[in-house]
Design a binder for this molecule. Structure first.
Ligand SMILES: *[C@@H]1O[C@H](CO)[C@@H](O)[C@H](O)[C@H]1NC(C)=O
Length: 467
């Protein structure tokens, strides 16, 4: 081919410059230096993409040669009534033992052999007491932040709780700090800094709570949507769940307002609502110690507890740090702590309460329903009181205690709790409002899995997926 005109020759030359540039970039592998270029489509990537489009199309095709009307019905129902599933893994007290924590999250399929998030669970819940009794405090807290980040990128969530031991350390009660653990921080002052204004302390303040209400289904709203939903306290839950404002202003007494809450007084209205909305209590609560039936600040749950936790931690972390006990005397809560903040940290509060583990079956099973009703939950999950053999389920799994002494400090049992929740449309009729709800709760151990709860029922309703 002969190129006659100089302008055409120029045009061809210019058009080939980008191609030459690309050739140079890829032969010298320069694209790998720049992350945004390294994700440029490759041939195999394109092929995979194609394959994926093809397979989903194929999966949507109805089987056999049905009547066109039936075909339409099946497609309509598959688009409007899609099945939903959620997988939650919870682990209890870790007490400074990184190798055992890694083992547990590995066999629960939360992390891979490198300790990285697998993406195979939707939620990881840790119920507090990561600190004390062993040396791996720094490693464990930094690992949790890494997992939180990795989970977030993969569409998962890590929910972390402050246990009584995190609070003890923040308060200068260092009775369970090993001398070898202190060495990992360097000095007492360095350790105090790290758990107040340093990396660990900031993580506690921003990414840890004292209580969680975790919905099984998205129609209940995001994690930590307060219950009851229409409490006159009108908490404005923001996107990051823990931030909220009392509309009534900081000086008014929330207890006073709550006692005038119409929902509180008209129990029958409340029960009526539960009948209309069968998923209103499709959520679990998580705290370190337990939600005592006589604890004053159960509702709105969990926002009231977390508001107290947030305000108390701020006071504790921002005071001049008292010299640690022992050998110095224990200083207790800051002078400015309110009565409600004192109740948060006392023996009947969510950090220390042991009644659900220690009282008789008769007692706990007669008390549990009231707490579940108030907190808008089906089951309560907690750590704190170890059983060195098993995860403990009481009152048909309404109370589940997951502290098995995972740390070498106890030489207990490695365990995790696994929760599989599914909601599937019943039948193919698009106008049907029936769904099959399944809830399987199992205790996982290195060598076995024990089913604690396996519930299945058909419920009626329109459960749209809200994302
Ligand atoms: C809290 O978690 C977020 C999300 O993973 C992370 O980006 C942030 O650094 C964490 N905050 C602290 C203080 O560790």
């Amino acid at each position: 081919m002969v190129i006659q005109s100089p302008t055409r020759r120029q045009a061809i030359l210019f058009a080939s410059i980008p191609l030459i540039a690309l050739y140079i970039i890829f032969t010298l592998k320069l694209h790998q230096l720049v992350p945004s270029i390294s994700t440029w489509p490759t041939l195999s990537g394109l092929a995979r993409h194609k394959l994926w489009v093809w397979t989903t199309k194929k999966a949507q095709q109805p089987h056999g040669h049905d009547h066109p009307g039936q075909e339409y019905a099946r497609l309509a129902s598959s688009t409007t009534r899609r099945p939903f599933s959620r997988h939650i893994v919870a682990v209890g007290d870790l007490h400074g033992d990184m190798p055992n924590a890694r083992r547990v999250l590995r066999f629960a399929d939360v992390v891979d052999d490198h300790g990285d998030w697998t993406g195979n669970v939707d939620f990881l819940v840790q119920t507090g007491d990561i600190i004390d009794r062993r040396d791996d405090t720094i490693l464990l807290f930094l690992w949790m932040e890494k997992l939180r980040e990795q989970a977030h990128k993969a569409g998962g969530t890590v929910l972390s709780h402050l246990g009584n031991h995190e609070w003890m350390n923040a308060l200068g009660d260092w009775r369970y700090v090993y001398p070898s653990e202190l060495k990992t921080f360097g000095t007492i002052a360095a350790r105090q800094r790290m758990i107040t204004t340093g990396r660990i302390g900031r993580a506690w303040a921003t990414n840890y709570t004292t209580a969680t209400r975790l919905p099984l289904h998205p129609s209940l709203g995001p994690v930590n949507t307060p219950y009851p939903p229409h409490s006159s306290l009108s908490l404005n839950v923001q996107k990051d769940d823990e931030e909220f404002h009392w509309r009534s202003g900081p000086d008014s007494d929330p207890d006073h307002i709550y006692n005038h809450n119409p929902i509180h007084h008209h129990g029958s209205q409340h029960d009526e609502k539960e009948k209309i909305d069968p998923l209103s209590h499709a959520a679990f609560s998580f705290v370190h110690g337990g939600l005592s039936p006589t604890y004053h600040e159960l509702t709105p749950f969990p926002s009231r507890i977390n508001q107290l936790s947030h305000s108390l931690l701020e006071k504790v972390q921002n005071r001049p740090q008292p010299p640690p006990h022992p050998p110095h005397p224990y200083h207790g809560l800051p002078h400015g702590a309110t009565p409600a903040e004192h109740r948060l940290y006392d023996a009947n509060g969510p950090l220390w309460y042991r009644g659900w583990a220690t009282e008789s079956d008769k007692t706990v099973c007669s008390q549990v329903d009231d707490v579940l009703r108030k907190t808008g939950t089906r089951r309560m999950i907690m750590g704190h009181t170890p059983d060195f053999h098993n995860i403990k389920s009481r009152c048909n799994g309404k109370i589940i205690i997951i502290d098995t002494g995972i740390s070498h400090a106890y030489g207990g049992t490695l365990s995790a709790l696994s929760i599989h929740y599914t909601l599937e449309p019943v039948g193919s009729d698009p106008s049907s409002r029936s769904w099959r709800e399944r809830e399987v709760v199992s205790a996982l151990y290195p060598d076995r899995r024990e089913v604690i709860v396996s519930d299945e029922r058909v419920i009626e309703g329109d459960f749209h997926l809200v994302h």
